[in-house]
Design a protein around this ligand. Structure first.
Ligand code: ZN
Length: 478
């Protein structure tokens, strides 16, 4: 039985290879031994039957549906009674379970805070954790390591690495700063050179940081756009309105990082993150100033990235974030200390800021803005890839979005921003078979999104338990 199956696979593999040569269509790369331990479903044709389907458009869940996956794509989607599995399909019964699109998460990192001002490069463990959490496509929102993001992007594309597809961001573009792992750019000319170099090396997006000048940011945007690449920013020295005027594509951290409302703001100078945050915490979402800023961002099609997970770890009184038990014990202890310190900080601005930021993000969406989501595993730790991505969707629901809206923000909106919505972000025939199977019904109880059973990327099913087990206790080393 086993032997016959192998022969059949080999023969069809040869046929597929011949077809690929003649048509130029990319074929699914063979699964190497390094990836096999994480794969639970590997068949050319898969039928997921009796499933509840949340398609990512925001439309209602459909029950008793069947999905046929063929050669990495969704070949068919229909009512189970009318969609019989092809005879060669591997049939998987999903009664009581839900299929959602693979998550498309846009503020991810392959590094993590390990010590004072030092970010450990954890790409190897993080890509597995992201995939285990249901992320099938991600953008890294800034890079502290040089080539790791780019190399892992290629590794995933070539099938050598189990992980999500990566929109790989270059090292941060920033002005004079004191980070030991970040360049301080001297002027706009250097900004242009930095963008050109990293784009040539394979970076597909850019992230501006808190000390960049308007001239530098303008040069970055120009150079990136010339190459069809997008620029986002965690800003401070440049206001959101100024950045929108310069043509930025995306702003990170919702309105947490806006310095537009700091009254004595000096041009090109960061008044300190705290200064800006005091003004945001006190902001009225109905005020003319805020409404005008939202209008500017919407008119100029600037997307906004919600990163509530990182801010939750800085807010007193919040639950312990999920996933910290996979960390290296020393890093786990370090975070638990930070967590207790946060809990004791009764004067924290985040008490007002955290719920306010949720309200502002809602207002942005209500005004027609494109809200995308990411997790940002930085700060004082505790934002653990994969686990945090699920938490990010839960927090959107806490912010007032319906579960179906939150899932759509975490899938379709991300795909739209990346310009990839024709291939990913929703469940529809012809699209990539990037899917997450969860036990339960996240359209009713969003916490069910934590119960991931299988993650399909390009039709290959990955086992989240195996992925997580392979790194548990070592996340912090690699
Ligand atoms: Zn970040």
């Amino acid at each position: 039985m086993m032997l016959r199956r192998l022969i059949v696979c080999t023969v069809s593999g040869v046929v597929a290879a011949v077809a690929a040569v003649t048509t130029g269509v990319a074929q699914r790369p063979p699964i190497p031994n390094s990836v096999k331990p994480f794969v639970s479903v590997d068949a050319p044709v898969v039928a997921l039957v009796n499933a509840r389907v949340i398609d990512g458009t925001g439309g209602p869940a459909r029950t008793d549906h069947t999905l046929i996956l063929r050669d990495g794509r969704i070949a068919a989607l229909g009512e189970t009674a009318r969609t019989p599995p092809p005879p060669d399909a591997r049939v998987i019964d999903l009664a009581g379970k839900t299929v959602i699109p693979g998550l498309v998460m846009l503020h991810e990192h392959l590094y993590y805070p390990v010590g004072p001002g030092v970010y450990g490069q954890l790409g190897q463990s993080f890509v597995r954790l992201y995939l285990a959490g249901g992320v099938t496509t991600m953008r890294t929102g800034g890079n502290m390591n040089g080539f790791m993001d780019l190399n892992l992007k290629r590794g995933v594309e070539e099938g050598r690495v189990a992980g999500p597809a990566i929109d790989a961001t270059a090292p941060y573009v920033n002005g004079a700063n004191t980070f030991v792992q970040m360049r301080s750019m001297a002027d706009a000319d250097e900004a242009r050179r930095q963008v050109a170099y990293w784009a040539d090396m394979g970076a597909t997006s850019f992230k501006a940081y808190m000390q960049i000048s308007r001239a530098q940011l303008g040069a970055v945007i120009q150079e990136a756009h010339k190459r069809g690449l997008k620029v986002t920013g965690h800003l401070c020295s440049v206001t959101y309105a100024e950045a929108a005027g310069l043509g930025i594509d995306n702003l990170e951290h919702g309105f947490f990082a806006a310095t537009d409302f700091v009254t004595d703001k000096q041009p090109d100078v960061c008044p300190g993150q705290g200064g800006g945050q005091q003004t945001i915490a006190a902001l009225d979402e109905g005020s003319p100033g805020f409404r005008a800023l939202v209008r500017t961002l919407v008119d100029r099609r600037v997307a906004l990235t919600s990163t509530l997970t990182i801010f939750e770890t800085l807010t007193p009184g919040r639950p312990m974030p999920p996933g910290v038990d996979v960390l290296l014990p020393l890093l786990r202890e370090q975070f638990e200390q930070n967590y207790r310190r946060t809990a004791d900080n009764t004067a924290s601005v985040y008490r007002e800021l955290f719920p306010k930021a949720m309200a502002l993000e809602r207002a942005f969406v209500k005004a027609g803005g494109l809200l995308v989501v990411g997790t940002d595993p930085t700060g004082g730790g505790g934002v653990v890839p994969g686990f945090a991505n699920q938490r990010a969707v839960e927090l959107l629901v806490e912010a007032g979005f319906s579960p179906l809206e939150a899932i759509s923000i975490a899938t379709l909106n991300g795909a739209r921003y990346l310009g990839r919505e024709a291939a990913i972000g929703t469940i529809a025939p012809g699209k990539q078979a990037d899917l997450v199977v969860v036990d339960g019904d996240p359209s009713r109880a969003i916490a069910d999104i934590r119960k991931v059973e299988t993650v399909f990327r390009l039709g290959v099913g990955y086992d989240p338990k195996a992925l997580v087990a392979s790194v548990t206790g070592r996340v912090g080393l690699w």
